[in-house]
Every structure is written in structure tokens, then in C-alpha cells.
Design a protein around this ligand. Structure first.
Ligand code: GRF
Length: 203
């Protein structure tokens, strides 16, 4: 099946998915990578891997609605089985999310429902949490609020700063996201009634 990946920046999760596909660990073809920013380094990673890389610059659109319609059309041209948000730093309209309902995945750097939104690593430090982590979830119109598929915890150390903590989380992201994409593409993972199911069992 075709998948599309949306990015805004570095694209280390994208790279892990590219590597997973190339290693035969993800049963999918990355049909295109779309970034909302022209300087997203992930676009180069995609080109390097021979994948169609498109910049759909949000600054060229007057509002969120028109951007999301253009994005939806660019994606639908590839008839993707799923759309993978990999560091895509834009809020999507509920119309867009409903259109791709059940086939839209996101990775978020916190143990949801803790720390929705931005600056998650610093917020975990400010609260003196002793653990932090990541969540992969289906996207619903509620920001970072869709059903969680899998989480991974990392320890927080006394001398941590946000950068060190982010790195520890991102290392785990790179092994987990490809696995989840593979589950989805091999029909093991579904969203039903706002719940995530793996092999028919609620997660
Ligand atoms: C990751 O930490 C991801 O959880 C968050 O944005 C970051 C993207 O990193 N949503 P990269 O672009 O995949 O390197």
C-alpha cells in the first residue's frame, strides 16, 4: 500500500520509516513526503531516497481551510492507505482530520494525556517528573487527544536538560514509529469508535 508522510523539520522519524521500508520491515511504499516549510531537512532525506518530495508552503495560503484542502488533494492523488504525521507542526482542520479519519497517525513526545501541545520536554522537567516518553496515536479533531496506540517511557535524570531529554525520547521514537506504521499497513491496527485496536483487541 501507498503511504504519505508529512513533516516540518529534521525528519528523523521519516528517516526511520524510509529505512524500515528499505529493509523490508514495513509493508508499504512511501508515495510522497510533504513539508509545510521549504527548509525542512526531511525533504532532502526523501529526495536522497528517491521519494517524491513536495513543499506545500503554508505561507502561500490565506487560511487554514484553503491550505488543508490543497494538502488533502496532494495526498489523495496517491490514494494513501495511511498518512503519517512525523513532526508535522501544524494544527489540522477538523474537516481534514475527518476526511482521513482512521488512517491518520501521529507521534507525540510525551506520555499522553500529559503535555499535549508544545515544549513537552521542558514541561516534564519543570514538573520534576521522573519519567517521560512518547505516544503514537490516531489523530482525531481534538489536538493530541486521539486514541493512543503505544507509549514508550524513558527515565528523567537529575542533571537533564530539555535537549538531552528530547534526544533520549527521539531515540525511542525511531524504533517505535516504523513498527506502528507496519502494523497499520498490514491491517493489524484499526481505529473503531474512537478506540485503537490491535489484532481486534482494544489497546
Ligand atoms: C519528534 O520529537 C516528534 O515526536 C514531534 O516532533 C519531532 C519531530 O522530529 N512530533 P523529526 O522531524 O522526526 O526529527
Amino acid at each position: 500500500p501507498n503511504i504519505c508522510v508529512l513533516i516540518s523539520g529534521n525528519g528523523s522519524n521519516l528517516q526511520a520509516i524510509i529505512d524500515g521500508v528499505n529493509a523490508g520491515k514495513i509493508n508499504a511504499n512511501i508515495a510522497c513526503v510533504i513539508a509545510n516549510r521549504p527548509d525542512a531537512y526531511g525533504l532532502e532525506r526523501a529526495r536522497e531516497a528517491g521519494i517524491e518530495a513536495v513543499c506545500l508552503d503554508h505561507k502561500l495560503y490565506s487560511d487554514r481551510q484553503s491550505y488543508d484542502i490543497a494538502l488533502r488533494e496532494a495526498l489523495e492523488a496517491h490514494q494513501p492507505k495511511c498518512v503519517v504525521l512525523a513532526g508535522f507542526m501544524r494544527i489540522l482542520t477538523s474537516e481534514f482530520v475527518e476526511h482521513f479519519s482512521g488512517r491518520l497517525l501521529n507521534i507525540h513526545p510525551s506520555l499522553l494525556p500529559k503535555y499535549k501541545g508544545l515544549n513537552t520536554h521542558q514541561r516534564a522537567l519543570d514538573n520534576n517528573d521522573d519519567e517521560h516518553g512518547l505516544s503514537v496515536h490516531f489523530v482525531t479533531p481534538e489536538l493530541d487527544g486521539g486514541p493512543v496506540i503505544i507509549q514508550c517511557k524513558v527515565p528523567v535524570f537529575a542533571d537533564d536538560n530539555a535537549e538531552a531529554l528530547a534526544q533520549r525520547v527521539q531515540e525511542q521514537e525511531r524504533s517505535i514509529y516504523p513498527l506502528v506504521v507496519h502494523w497499520f499497513c498490514s491491517d493489524r491496527l484499526k481505529m473503531n469508535n474512537n478506540k485503537a485496536l490491535l489484532d481486534g483487541k482494544v489497546l
